[in-house]
Ligand binder design. Structure first.
Ligand SMILES: [Zn+2]
Length: 374
């Protein structure tokens, strides 16, 4: 299976086998203790009550090593010992205020959603105060309806458990790259060279080098990064977004170099995809924000022509059209232009390109920092 070889190791994470309520889990943890932001002032509460349903992480692909497992996110979760959907089988998060207003008894869900990031310290607690026990730690970036608000706390249901999340923690984590799962797709590879410059520079090599540099920068900032290819191999087009979908990545970013028959055309463009499906409007909104932030950062940092943010042409680039998360495709420069080709050949330019893409991603996540949206 080709995709089995595509998953690099997340160097910042290690897999730790643990047993919780009889379930064997592989937890991904950072070797250096990360600050648990909402536990800074929290009392020393103990483990969740024994009555909780602990979801069992499952993975759709088989990691080859424990470290590879750490790069993956759970993609589905079922309450243990039950085949019912999480909402119906809500096994009752411990007693206390969180059970006072079960989801079914509240008025129709208000049109407010909480963006819950997967970040150390984002906990679901039994009540709207850090003194309340931690029912479950958020381990998947998700958007969920807000059931109730109290001060800066939001009551939500997550994986069948109803509890409270601190708004300031969500804000802090949303603005950070820490814990975000980012899939970087170096375009082309193997028999598919992509564009080839006049001096013979191959797009597949440039794309891979920039992607690897970007991956390193993002990992240094705490992100979890998976490349669709780590080497010069051919990866079918649809396998690329499929990998990001399987991993439930926070975003997908494809790296390419441009080419055209007109050799005087040069510059950088960033593409997004707009789906006609209303249900994907939210993804589109975030994709265009992402595209604007990355393009703006690239133009501010690179000495290169600004060709702007563009809608994916025709029916859309497959890698963007098939991605079920915010996604963009960066055309770094033109291999068909001799000046741009010289830039793409330069390690300094490649590094700068990676640096300013990374800054654009940081700007994007900061723009999501408001914990709720309407
Ligand atoms: Zn390309």
């Amino acid at each position: 299976m080709q995709t089995g070889r595509l998953i690099p190791l997340a160097k910042s994470l290690v897999a730790v086998p643990v047993t919780v309520l009889g379930l064997s889990l592989m937890l991904a943890v950072s070797p250096s203790p990360a600050a648990a932001v909402d536990t800074l002032t929290a009392p020393t509460t103990t483990a969740p009550a024994a009555s909780l349903s602990i979801p069992t992480p499952t993975y759709t692909s088989t990691p080859q090593t424990p470290a590879a497992a750490a790069a993956l996110k759970p993609v589905s979760a079922q309450p243990s010992g039950s085949t019912a959907p999480p909402a119906a089988s809500n096994a009752a998060p411990a007693s206390g205020s969180s059970t006072a207003a079960p989801a079914g008894a509240t008025p129709p869900a208000p049109p407010k959603e909480l963006i819950m990031p997967n970040c150390p310290g984002v906990n679901l607690r039994s009540g709207p105060d850090v003194k309340n026990e931690i029912l479950i730690e958020i381990d998947l970036s998700d958007t969920v309806p807000v059931l109730e608000e109290k001060g800066d706390w939001y009551k939500v249901e997550y994986k069948g458990v109803t509890g409270w999340v601190a708004g300031w923690v969500v804000t802090k984590c949303s603005a950070s790259l820490a814990g975000k799962l980012i899939v970087i797709d170096p375009g082309h590879g193997g028999v598919d060279s992509g564009a080839v410059g006049r001096t013979g520079l191959k797009e597949k090599e440039v794309n891979l080098d920039i992607a690897q540099r970007l991956g390193k920068l993002l990992r240094e900032q705490g992100a979890r990064v998976v490349l669709t290819r780590e080497t010069d191999v051919f990866i079918p087009l649809y396998d690329r977004p499929a990998l990001a979908n399987r991993l439930h990545a926070d975003l997908f970013l494809s790296v390419h170099a441009d080419s055209t028959s007109k050799s005087d055309i040069n510059g950088t463009s960033t593409y997004y995809y707009r789906s006609p499906e209303p249900s994907r409007q939210g993804i589109f909104d975030r994709s265009i924000t992402l595209a604007k932030d990355v393009q703006k950062s690239l133009i501010s940092g690179l000495s290169i022509t600004d060709r702007g943010v563009k809608k994916s042409p025709g029916i859309g680039f497959a890698v963007l059209r098939e991605s079920l998360m915010p996604s963009i495709l960066v055309e770094t420069a033109f291999l068909s232009n001799s000046s741009d080709e010289a830039k793409l050949k330069s390690p300094d330019f490649r590094q700068s390109t990676a640096v300013f893409i990374a800054r654009g991603l940081t700007d994007y996540f900061k723009s999501l920092a408001s914990p709720v949206r309407f």
